[in-house]
Unconditional design. Structure first.
Ligand code: GLY
Ligand code: MN
Ligand code: MN
Length: 490
């Protein structure tokens, strides 16, 4: 779609509006301009209830305030990224911003300003207000509401989010003039970073980013509820895929990707990461997202996909399915080994355990199997010590999950990888075995087989809860589940 109307180039002083490109009709008559100013109803929304997570985001801002007393803290949502001309990529707000506000609006910036009395901060959310109709912004600006849809007014946003709101167009100027220590979350808003360029240091900004990453390690009840919703939608997406495997065989892996995406987009915001729809030997490529390969009866399908909810929490689930509904003997042997490793990994997830424990438990099982099958020379302890199993296990056994699929990724080693599990953490347990198609060190029949099983596990006070337990996992249960779903095909 291109614009239907574009005015003559305005006098910049009179009309500081970013013009949309690609207009078809130059010129706007005075009569039309006057007409567009008036005749619009007052649509202000009143008596709005705060969003459900508003008390949670307020608590997070208070904790942030306590960690950085006396400092101005700037947390941008990010900007739209141009795809071409006046077309933008889909926008996804920065995770740090979402966690502290519950909001997802582009160009917005959360600022915590230290109070003059030295006690705490005042939080202000800077954002674009409703479009001005008097100066034509409403219909002549590329970001005018006529083009992009109605925005919340500042008062509406304040009521919904429980934070004072102000016009973001004034923010860069006031940050330029501000004095005192300041930190910004980098990488999301170049304009805001430019305004702060001579006031911030990379090291201090990184401390803020690390704090915000660690602040997401423990999920509250709202977040756990959202993650469960994400998982539940994901399970329905996996069911959708099984029902159309015949259509995927007739087309390509893209049919699987599109089918899962439909579920993600209808029930949630999006997929939380590019779906890995890897049939046959593609399953041995860890980040196979091209999804343009053939889907063949007799092969396995490794489907690694997650729905992201409308609040932006994502699931991350993998099942490796026999495309024709029944594992071959060798596929089953490999699958059952990975299942056993996953069982050992999940059993090691409990409060007080080291984060590394579940990885070590799963790796030990896989190493035992590789030795038992004669693929690597034992004993198992030697294999583990030298890491020889890693030729086929390839990756770590899991990671934190939340707003990001690889959540809390910049947390310090001592709080995450070398840290201890605590109730409220949510992580994946996802061992795998991958025999590359060109791996001459394994018998030919193994080559091109890749298996991963991935579930989303909540650490509870007394152990763990598998949020994705409703999706069958044991090989015989997977086959029975697929048989039931394929019988339901129209
Ligand atoms: N889907 C990415 C991962 O499993 O980590
Ligand atoms: Mn995954
Ligand atoms: Mn994962």
């Amino acid at each position: 779609m291109t614009d239907e109307l574009t005015p003559e180039t305005p006098d910049e002083d009179e009309q500081p509006i970013k013009q949309r490109k690609n207009g078809l009709y130059p010129g706007v008559s005075d009569e039309l301009a006057a007409s567009m100013k008036t005749g619009w109803a007052d649509t202000e929304l009143r008596d709005l209830e705060p969003i459900e997570q508003a008390p949670n985001t307020a608590r997070r801002r208070e904790a942030l305030s306590r960690r950085f007393p006396g400092e101005r803290l700037v947390i941008p949502a990010g900007n739209l990224k141009t795809r071409s001309n006046d077309t933008e990529y889909d926008f996804r707000a920065a995770t740090e911003y979402v966690h502290l506000t519950g909001d997802q609006t582009e160009d917005s910036v959360l600022v915590l300003e230290p109070r003059e009395n030295g006690e705490g901060h005042d939080a202000t959310l800077y954002r674009l207000p409703r479009s001005n109709r008097e100066n034509g912004e409403f219909w002549l600006d590329g970001m005018g509401e006529l083009w992009v849809g109605r925005r919340n007014s500042l008062a509406e946003a304040a009521a919904l989010l429980g934070v004072d709101c102000a016009d973001v167009r004034e923010l860069a100027g006031s940050l330029r003039e501000a004095t005192g220590p300041v930190r910004v979350v980098r990488g999301h808003d170049a304009g805001i970073e430019a305004a702060l360029a001579d006031k911030v240091t990379a090291e201090r900004d990184e401390e803020l980013r690390v704090y915000l990453s660690e602040a997401r390690l423990i999920k509250d009840d709202f977040e756990i509820g959202e993650l469960q919703k994400a998982v539940d939608s994901t399970i329905r997406g996996f069911e959708d895929v099984v029902k159309v495997l015949d259509k995927a065989e007739a087309t390509s892996e893209r049919y699987i990707e599109g089918t899962f995406f439909l579920r993600a987009r209808v029930e949630g915001n999006d997929v939380g990461y590019g779906s890995i729809c890897a049939a046959g030997p593609h399953a041995t490529t860890l980040h196979w997202v091209r999804n343009n390969g053939q889907v063949r009866s007799g092969d396995l399908l490794l489907l690694d996909a997650g729905v992201e909810t409308n609040t932006l929490y994502t699931a991350d689930v993998t099942r490796t399915l026999p495309i024709n509904g029944t594992y071959t003997d060798l596929q089953r042997k490999i699958y059952d080994a990975v299942y056993e490793a996953q069982e050992a990994g999940i059993a090691a997830v409990k409060p007080g355990a080291a984060f590394r424990d579940f990885h070590d438990a799963a790796q030990r099982v896989l190493a035992e199997k590789l030795v038992e099958w004669g693929l690597v020379e034992g004993p198992v302890d030697r294999v583990l010590e030298l890491g020889l199993q890693r030729r086929w296990t390839l990756h770590g056994t899991g990671h934190m999950l939340g707003l990001d699929v690889h959540d809390c990724a910049v947390a310090r080693t001592e709080t995450y990888v070398n840290g201890t599990l605590e109730a409220g953490m949510v992580l994946t347990v996802e061992p795998g075995l991958y025999f590359q198609a060109d791996d001459l060190t394994v018998p030919e029949e193994y080559r091109g087989i890749g298996v991963r099983i991935e579930d989303d596990i909540l650490v509870t006070e007394d152990g763990n809860r598998n949020l994705s337990a409703a999706l069958p996992r044991r090989s015989d249960e997977v086959e029975a589940w697929m048989a039931r779903l394929t019988r339901q095909r129209a």
